[in-house]
Ligand binder design. Structure first.
Ligand code: PLP
Ligand code: TYF
Length: 398
């Protein structure tokens, strides 16, 4: 009966993780999957999360179905975190927010909604982007194409080409944007560039869909949400999918949100209603545990302050690793090659510019695992392995 079903090739990043786990070399280093590891190379359990769970475990109570849109306190906290507590769009009730199954769930619910109510619209994603962006939108029945983004010549952004390309899109096209800590390149728009993008979005009547999966890993919780706030300030109506997987180190709990910024409260109510219908058709209602924990942390001033510090510590650790890697490489190459991109790029990832053959040599000869594209996840670096990684990079680049 299933002879026509082709085998699944597997997710390339997860396949790499399996190869890494099977690698017997003791000095092996995983810089592939986009997950935050601490200075000991472990997946952290944040003290804020542990404290919230301990408090919750005392009165865990019954587990009814949640409302389709999720826990009310969680949703309110998402809005404050993304847009800022005092933001006019939050206060006026013109944002429709649901609890979703991770950032991926937010993207999928948003994509289904857009497919139904903007049936002719295609989606444009950055070149390159997270592989699953294309897969999720195509899976929802939208056509996905890309706009210029990363410039291999500079290790930065080709903003002029990006803008020119968006400026000729059909009206009501969907534009997927990374708020900060771009995956896979680490290359973000500056504040000035966001401000320059806004008139193009407005004049072309484009529908921005902002993905914010690494809030706190770039420059700070508020700083990393700059794009969302700038768009909302400018009166742009848009979608935002946020993930708590990384900044709470709660990957398996599948916590995130989808927020749609509308013109007014009435529109937001209507949009929320149809988003609920979309969820109902997909998985009916979201799960309880992770959202209760996150809601507790975000709504309790002391736990929130603790969590803010924890996100700062994760961010600073990644920065320190970027700087250390740069220092060792600079010393090796004495100006013969520019590695400045390592500290200009933000978040967990850097595009190293290593080609497939060099990535293969890193893995085969040095037990250092990067994604085939040359993407490096900096959070896999520790004080114990950063020098080995730098020496290995130097060896394959020599
Ligand atoms: N968006 C980007 C850019 C990501 O890198 C990821 C996951 O790594 C996600 C969305 C999805 O996050 P989640 O695991 O919460 O679904
Ligand atoms: O880009 C990454 O590495 C993260 C983690 O199937 C990830 O998005 C990778 C693959 C996958 C799920 C999550």
């Amino acid at each position: 009966m299933f002879s026509h079903v082709p085998p699944y090739e597997g997710d390339p990043i997860l396949s790499l993780m399996e190869a890494f786990q099977a690698d017997p070399r003791p000095h092996k280093v995983s810089l592939s999957i986009g997950v935050y590891f601490d200075g000991e190379g472990r997946l952290p359990v944040l003290p804020s999360v542990r404290q919230a769970e301990t408090a919750l475990s005392r009165d865990i109570g019954a587990r009814p179905y949640l409302p389709i849109e999720g826990i009310a306190d969680f949703r309110a906290a998402v809005q404050r975190l993304l847009f800022g507590a005092g933001h006019e769009a939050v206060a006026s009730g013109r944002i429709a927010t649901l609890q979703t199954l991770g950032g991926s769930g937010g993207l999928k619910v948003g994509a289904d909604f857009l497919r139904r109510y903007f049936p002719g619209a295609g989606v444009w994603v950055s070149d390159p982007t997270w592989d699953n962006h294309r897969a999720i939108f195509e899976g929802a029945g939208l056509e996905a194409r890309s706009y210029p983004y990363y410039d291999p010549a500079t290790g930065g952004l080709c903003f002029d080409r990006m803008l020119a390309s968006l400026d000729v899109l059909p009206r009501r096209s969907i534009v997927l944007l990374h708020a900060s800590c771009h995956n896979p390149t680490g290359v973000d728009l500056s504040k000035t560039q966001w401000q320059a993008l806004i008139p193009v979005l407005r004049e072309r009547e484009l529908i921005p869909f902002v993905d914010i999966a690494y809030q706190g890993f770039g420059d700070g919780l508020d700083e990393d949400a700059f794009a969302l706030r700038a768009l909302a300030d400018a009166g742009i109506q848009f979608f935002a999918a946020n993930s708590f997987s990384k900044n709470f180190s709660m990957y398996g709990e599948r916590c995130g949100g989808l927020s749609v910024v509308c013109s007014d409260r009435a529109a937001a109510d209507t949009v929320l209603g149809q988003l609920k219908a979309t969820v109902r058709r997909n998985y009916s209602t979201p799960p309880t545990h992770g959202a209760r924990v996150i809601s507790r942390v975000l709504n309790d001033p002391a736990l929130f302050a603790l969590w803010r510090d924890e996100t700062a510590a994760m961010r600073q650790r990644i920065r320190a690793m970027r700087e250390r890697l740069l220092a060792v490489l600079d010393e090796k190459f004495q100006g013969r090659r520019d590695f400045g991109y390592l500290v200009r790029q933000r978040g967990m990832f850097s595009y190293t510019g290593l080609d497939e053959a060099q990535v293969a040599r890193l893995r085969d000869d040095h037990a250092v695992y990067l994604v085939r594209s040359g993407r490096m996840c900096l959070s896999g670096l520790t004080g114990a392995n950063v020098d080995h990684v730098a020496q290995s990079m130097a060896a394959v680049l020599a």
